[in-house]
Ligand binder design. Structure first.
Ligand code: UDP
Length: 339
């Protein structure tokens, strides 16, 4: 029996893939998820991939007594904390709900960890902390810019809270700054489940290819980039998931009981929106209907990760290509359409 790891938000997109990566690496994941933005069908998908049930608490993470009892009952050794609201637009409409949920649950979680003497925490952060960088790629030393959204601010403040707690208390924590996770498990048993019209590019592309949306709108082609469309660092969600296992291993083995560090998780490569469309067309074998629309407010022009530090210290690197990620996203969409 491997170490038991609590995965808050473990039924979500990145959380569920991380549950797979943990189990495959010999850990025993336990899920805590209130299913406010995830589906119970994820548990069925996990069972088919892993051949066993993963223990799951369908409860809110902001519950001190519950956390302490889960920690004790399962003898939890570490926590990967995904549970959070994540819609940028909604965060601007409902700032208090975002601050209360995203920061409240983090504080409650760390309180319960300290009370039970659990010292390893992996936190989901975001490359939004870099804002519109002057010069990509961004390293972890690139200055953090004022957040452009309430959601982004919850990630920045979350990082600061964890850093301060680690300095004062015996807590080892790592913030992982995600770039753009895409794709799905290659089995197509789990993947992204956006509610309503997707905000993100790849689910919008796959839904358009499946005929659920008429056409993709590319948000602007007059940016100062080679083809005029925005550039992002797209990373296969299984590569991202595996990085959490590496980060956990790193924290657990670290001698400094006050360890706090941040790592970029991206592919290290920038691709434009048009490049993504072209690559997707090659994967699916059909042209994708699209048109150019106006810029989307708040969009960063170009950002991609320098992943040297993650590779050097965590011993992690991506293993899957952009094409594989798009093929897996497409397979998942086709499975959803057929089910
Ligand atoms: N994008 C687009 N059309 C869409 C959705 C996204 O052109 O329907 C572009 C968006 O402007 C950005 C890129 O795709 O340049 C990635 O957007 P996404 O929302 O997936 O990620 P984020 O903006 O958070 O990096």
């Amino acid at each position: 029996m491997g170490p038991k790891i609590l995965v808050t938000g473990g039924a979500g997109f990145i959380g569920s893939h991380t549950v797979v990566a943990l189990a495959e690496a010999g850990y025993e994941p336990v899920i805590l998820d209130d299913f406010s933005n995830s589906e119970s069908s994820v548990l069925t998908g996990l069972r088919s991939i892993l051949g066993k049930d993963i223990p799951c608490y369908a409860r809110d993470c902001n519950d001190y007594a519950l956390l302490r009892s889960i920690f004790r009952e399962h003898q939890i050794s570490g926590i990967i904390h995904f549970a959070a609201f994540k819609a940028v637009g909604e965060s601007m409409q409902e700032p208090l709900a975002y601050y209360r949920n995203n920061l409240g649950s983090l504080i409650t979680l760390m309180d319960a960890m300290l009370a039970e003497g659990i010292s390893n925490l992996i936190f989901s952060s975001s490359c939004t902390v870099y804002g519109n960088p002057d010069q990509p790629p961004v390293t972890e030393e690139t200055p953090v810019k004022p957040a452009a959204s309430v959601y982004g601010n919850t990630k920045q403040i979350g990082e600061e809270i964890i850093r301060d707690v680690c300095a004062a208390k015996p807590l080892k924590a790592i913030s992982l700054r995600y770039f753009n996770p895409i794709g799905a498990h290659p089995s197509a048993e789990i993947g992204e489940l956006p509610r309503g019209i997707p905000n993100n590019l790849v689910p919008f592309i796959t839904q358009t290819a499946a005929g659920l949306r008429k056409s993709l709108t590319i948000f602007g082609n007059d940016y100062p980039t080679p083809d005029g469309t925005c550039i992002r660092d797209y990373i296969h969600v299984m590569d991202l998931a595996e990085a959490h296992v590496s980060a956990l291993r790193y924290a657990m083995a670290h001698a400094d009981v006050h360890l706090y560090d941040t790592f970029n998780l991206g592919s290290g490569q920038g691709n434009s929106v048009l490049e993504l469309v072209q690559q997707f067309e090659q994967v699916s074998g059909s042209p994708l209907p699209y048109q150019i629309g106006p810029r989307r407010e708040g969009d960063v022009v170009a950002v991609w990760a320098d992943v040297q530090k993650s590779s050097n210290l965590l011993g992690w690197k991506t293993r899957r290509t952009l094409k594989e990620a798009l093929a897996d996203a497409w397979r998942w969409q086709q499975k959803l359409a057929g089910s």
